[in-house]
Design a protein around this ligand. Structure first.
Ligand code: ATP
Length: 238
């Protein structure tokens, strides 16, 4: 496993108007990691992903992908450089077919990673193949989550940012999404995942960063985190 740092976030601050949401957040993601951002409601998980993607401006701090600054770039440029973002609300196009939604996500492949094709996507999510000519709006919440992930994969990202992928989904679908995320490691993808569901994180993540009040307060491997009752009690128990 490569120890190369892919995404480096240091001292990040971000605001909604005059209200500060991130207070100097640090997180480093190495190639091949599945890093889970865990924290209570309102801790700043979604804001971290939005700020990395350039949807919310980063005020102070640095944001680097493979050593290159992405701070201040428009979201479409950040996505072209190699970050794929699956938002919490999925943002599928309900009146378009599933196939059209997938085609909207297509971006050129990367020299160092196998290209995502419709065939690969359909093997991973057979339901999307079965329903490919139907409108995306008719899919269940779990199927829409799969479509949102699949559409982002069609953009051939190097790092995938997933915002609460298990939220509100039935256990069977959560299981499938967990298996999909675990399979990304073999596909050479690096993942930053925001989650409230600790069991889901313990299952899929290789590493954990805990966020509290807009700051990273703990980082460790998933096995270190699993046995750290102090961190869990202090920052995650409601
Ligand atoms: P959740 O799991 O509830 O989504 P989170 O950890 O993702 O929590 P964020 O959504 O990033 O937390 O919110 C961080 C802080 O920013 C909170 O205090 C929240 O109230 C505030 N915030 C989030 N979105 C907005 C917004 N659009 N306008 C103003 N404040 C916001």
């Amino acid at each position: 496993m490569s120890e190369q740092t892919l995404l480096a976030v240091q001292g990040l601050t971000a605001f909604y108007g005059t209200s500060q949401a991130l207070f100097g957040l640090d997180v480093t993601i190495k190639a091949g990691q599945i890093m889970a951002l865990i924290g209570r409601n309102g801790a700043g998980k979604s804001t971290t992903l939005r700020t990395i993607m350039g949807i919310l401006p980063a005020r102070d701090g640095t944001l680097k992908l493979r050593g290159q600054s992405i701070k201040g770039l428009a979201p479409y440029r950040i996505s072209r450089i190699g970050l794929g973002y699956v938002p919490e609300d999925r943002q599928i196009f309900p009146a378009h077919t599933i196939l059209e939604n997938l085609e909207l996500g297509i971006k050129p492949g990367r020299p160092d990673l196998p290209e995502w094709t419709l065939q690969r996507i359909y093997e991973m999510f057979p339901i999307l193949y079965e329903r490919r000519h139907g409108p995306a709006g008719y899919l269940s919440g779990g199927e829409q989550q799969m479509l949102s992930i699949a559409r982002t994969l069609m953009g051939n990202p190097e790092v995938l940012l997933l915002d609460e992928p298990s939220e509100g989904l039935a256990p069977l679908i959560v299981n499938h999404i967990a298996e999909v995320i675990m399979s990304f490691r073999e596909a050479g993808l690096t993942v930053l995942l925001s989650e409230q569901n600790m069991h889901f994180c313990l299952r899929v993540a290789t590493d954990v960063t805990v966020i509290s009040k807009g700051q990273a307060v703990y980082t460790g491997t998933v096995d270190e985190f699993r046995v750290n009752e102090d961190v869990k009690t202090r920052y995650l128990t409601v």
